[in-house]
Design a protein. Sequence first.
Length: 299
Amino acid sequence: MKKARIALVIGIICISIFPILVKLNLTPGVISAFYRMLFSLLLLLPYVLISRQLKIPNLKTGLLALLCGVIFGSDVAVWNIAIQESTATQASLLTNLSPVWLGVLSLFFLKDKPKTNFWIGTIIAVFGMMMLVGFTVFRNLDFDLAFSFGILSGVLYAIYMLISKEVLKTMNVLSFMTISLIGSSVHLGFVSYALDEPFTGFSNTGWFVLIIQAVVCQLLAWLLISYATKHMRATRVSVSLLGQGILASIFAWIFINETISLQMVLGGFILLFGIRVTFYEKQITSTFKNKLFKTKNAI
């Protein structure tokens, strides 16, 4: 468990620089996601083939891994657009609503249903989100593309976490990463072509940033996070990933002089606190039961 936690921390740091790289706007959002996946695949595939670590337990598991790739690739693409059309801070914090969507999805797909604290935390998180993007947005119902894609990114990531956790029960991390990257690359390649986004013509800096995204933000980060997901609860990993929102905000302020208002800071912390509250139920319930048991004994 200790190794999994260390892997998770390093992975979070690696993905926290991603919004800063995307915000440079050196390449279109979808094509950026495509090359992030493709370059990662080209680096990983030779290793797993030579080391013979590519193992697919059965057809169903393999197809689910491909589906994970399609979902994750879509998540990265819409998140890229959200970052480029708004701020790294807003996009990062909105996509971090994924634990809330994970809880909602668990109502339908998991045996363990969300408890009272989940709904309390959800209300707090939604209030924080409203502070983050501004109450006028909700009053005027002015939900722009960046806001919508930021929310969609969180939903897609929640779905990815649910499916990937099941796949990783029977598939090793390297095999899962390879198959999912194939799914992501093919899917995003078709989407980029359909949207008529350019596959070439970028500056040297643009290509360098794409390589950094692939090596650090995708390959290294998600090998570590997938390892943590395999050995930890999906909800715990999802909550821990909230740290990237705060780190991304700090990096954006330091490196690209992104303005962060006091209201955004407060809204972001309230949002993260609300999401964290959704996972206190077991501890609070146990404490309540212990106190109730002691009271009955005293009586």
